[in-house]
Design a protein around this ligand. Structure first.
Ligand SMILES: [Cu+2]
Length: 325
């Protein structure tokens, strides 16, 4: 009802405004006045207003970096993360440099060359030199960025994963479940048609590789050890985002995706570095997947090999989970 009333009031306001403009038009006609062109004063005002809005806009952009800069990519805590961060920084600095040069000029020129009596605009149909300049400069800069990006992508996306710890991150509205491959470092087959009871991930109980799998609601990773994360989704497209590790991968229903990376700082080290005892790594959903998307996250703990193994020992394996229920 509130929504309807809001739309109704907005519609009435628009109709009212149109009618008022109509009345002014009719009144002008009745008075027999000629519609006059733009005056010198109006041009001056518009030019100045444009300049003020432009300066305000550019200042606001600068201020927003100060205000919300901490939300950008954090310092990396993974081996490949520095490369991602480097690519991000290079792109950002370049974009910002161009922005802070071109935008003030744009607004300054619109003020400087505002309409003035007797001023005639320069009419130019074509200029080869200019065409070459504004085509080649962006082409060269963008080619450089793209080659740099592709190189980074190749080195990040295609590492040797033969010695990686294998685990699975399972997405569904609106939470994550993790599955560890166990001693055999091999995940049991899984299919959504097998979901039922305590088997919330649809793991195949007849696949011997599944027996020692471990299903948990918290991710633990040993430091300086490569992990191969495999992703599945039950319902819609989610995106697993680990901002501190420079990792993001879509989780697509009916499809397996994966990402391998090596964490290089434990949670404790990171807490000391940041001077924040509350700090925790997190895996977030970065794809707007529904009403509770904003809160779709799972804690990630990076710890020493011993701590990791001790934690793993405490967890229940998949076959004992199935047989006990
Ligand atoms: Cu999601």
């Amino acid at each position: 009802m509130t929504t309807f009333l809001t739309y109704f009031i907005v519609a009435l306001a628009v109709i009212g405004l149109v009618q008022i403009v109509r009345i002014f038009e009719l009144a002008t006609k009745l008075r027999g006045e000629q519609e006059i062109g733009v005056t010198e004063k109006e041009n001056h005002f518009n030019g100045l207003a444009m300049l003020i809005v432009g300066i305000g806009f550019v200042l606001f952009v600068a201020y927003s970096f100060k205000l919300w800069g901490y939300l950008l990519l954090p310092e990396s805590a993974s081996e490949h993360g520095a490369a991602i961060k480097g690519l991000w920084d290079a792109t950002m600095y370049l974009i910002l440099f161009v922005f802070f040069v071109t935008q003030p000029l744009l607004f300054w020129f619109s003020y400087k060359y505002r309409g003035r009596k007797g001023n005639q605009a320069l009419y130019q149909t074509h200029n080869n030199k200019l065409e070459v300049l504004w085509t080649s400069v962006p082409a060269v800069v963008l080619t450089g960025l793209i080659v740099y990006g592709l190189n980074t992508w190749n080195s990040v996306m295609m590492p040797d994963t033969s010695k990686a710890n294998v685990m699975e991150v399972y997405a569904q509205q609106f939470y994550w479940t993790a599955r560890y491959a166990g001693n055999d470092n091999s995940l049991g087959e899984a299919n959504y048609t097998l979901i039922g009871g305590v088997n919330t991930l649809g793991v195949d109980i007849n696949d011997t590789a599944s027996f020692d799998d471990i299903v948990v609601r918290e991710i633990h990773l040993p430091v300086n050890q490569q992990v191969l994360m495999k992703f599945r989704s039950q319902d819609v497209i989610h995106s697993a985002y680990l901002p501190h590790f420079g990792v993001q991968m879509n989780c697509v229903p009916g499809m397996n995706t994966q990402f391998a990376f090596t964490p290089i700082k434990t949670t404790v080290e990171m807490r000391n570095e940041l001077g924040d005892d509350e700090f925790d790594y997190v895996l977030l959903c970065n794809k707007i997947c529904g009403a509770a998307h904003y809160n779709m996250q799972i804690k990630v703990v990076v710890e020493t090999q011993e701590e990791y193994e001790a934690w793993l020992q405490e967890q229940e394996t998949f076959d004992s989970l199935i047989t006990s229920k």
